[in-house]
Ligand binder design. Structure first.
Ligand code: 5GP
Length: 302
């Protein structure tokens, strides 16, 4: 500030609002790191790409402490090893410090890589409320070439749901019969309530025709498919940020506090499973996420 100059009230207010927005932005990024919604390498990339970004203004100490399983002791050892001063911000790192940090991050959080030889059996899973149903519906409407599996379920149809289109609505006895007859590729009880399963026949038939098959199922189902067919391609849908997932999960505010807390805990556990998957797709925008899922299926071998 220039000596003697009086900063107008409005300017001071605007500056404090900007500072507040920055702090909020950084706090939000830290939550993304802790919950694994965003890879640490991506935060560093943003810091380097834009020196005015929230990522660039994040202290290296805060960055490291937000990473899963890093406490104060480990943080200090890492900074020493990488020759980075604890007062540095991500945007202020030198070229060599950046290279050292990136190498360390790649060692500790290996970048996501699909295994070779994936098949056209595509499984779309992800945390609760990430929007897999919406992405799958978008694919069903815009890509009739892709066979979207119709699951069997013991839950009752919702208004507008059509038997044989959205689900096969069956009773418990019929579901038991399907399991006993080996008709289900996988099945699970979801949210401790109803049972859902993927009929095997239509999946096999579509694959035999050389079509891509998409299963929109829960995490337990995705694991079962991997066991039943190790060549299946597992796609994990990520929210654009943890805050956005929270918004989608509890935004409607129709559940009580206990139920909301339970859902958030579940989402955290589900996010921790992303490393079991071959591909990560961010669902910031339904059409883009759907296109990415479709595009990656065209590169698959069998
Ligand atoms: P909803 O009842 O809201 O349609 O679906 C609830 C959950 O069941 C969603 O997370 C969906 O992914 C999952 N789901 C739907 N069909 C299947 C299925 O065939 N198998 C498994 N394991 N989960 C399913």
């Amino acid at each position: 500030m220039v000596e003697g100059r009086v900063v107008p009230e409005v300017d001071r207010f605007a500056a404090s609002q900007r500072a507040l927005a920055r702090r909020r932005g950084r706090a939000s990024l830290k939550r993304d790191l802790t919950t694994r919604v965003t890879a640490p390498q991506e935060i560093v990339r943003r810091a380097v790409a834009d020196s005015d970004s929230d990522a660039a203004t994040m202290r290296i100490t805060d960055f490291l402490m937000a990473l899963p399983a890093i406490g104060a002791g480990k943080r200090d050892r890492i900074l020493e090893e990488l020759h980075i001063s604890p007062v540095k911000r991500l945007g202020g790192l030198g070229v060599r410090q950046l290279a050292a940090l990136s190498e360390w991050l790649d060692g500790r959080f290996p970048p996501h890589r699909a295994r070779a030889g994936r098949s056209r059996l595509l499984v779309l899973a992800g945390p609760t409320a990430v929007g897999k149903g919406t992405v799958a519906a978008h694919i069903r409407e815009n890509h009739p070439d892709i066979h979207l599996s119709v699951s069997a379920t013991t839950r009752a149809p919702r208004p507008g749901e059509v038997d044989g289109v959205h689900y096969y609505f069956v009773d418990d006895a019929e579901f038991d019969r399907m399991i006993a007859a080996g008709e289900l590729l996988e099945h699970a009880t979801v949210h401790n309530r109803h049972r859902y399963g993927t009929p095997r026949g239509p999946v096999d038939a579509a694959l035999a025709e050389g079509r891509t098959v998409l299963l929109e199922i829960d995490l337990q189902g995705a694991r079962q498919v991997r066991t039943a067919d190790p060549s299946a391609t597992l796609v994990f849908l990520l929210p654009p940020s943890w805050d956005e997932l929270v918004h989608r999960l509890i935004g409607r505010g129709t559940e009580d506090a206990e139920e909301q807390a339970r859902r958030l805990r579940t989402a955290r556990t589900e996010l921790a499973a992303q490393n079991e998957f071959d591909y990560l797709v961010v669902n910031a925008d339904v059409a883009t996420a759907a296109r990415e899922v479709v595009e990656l299926s065209t590169g698959l071998v069998r």
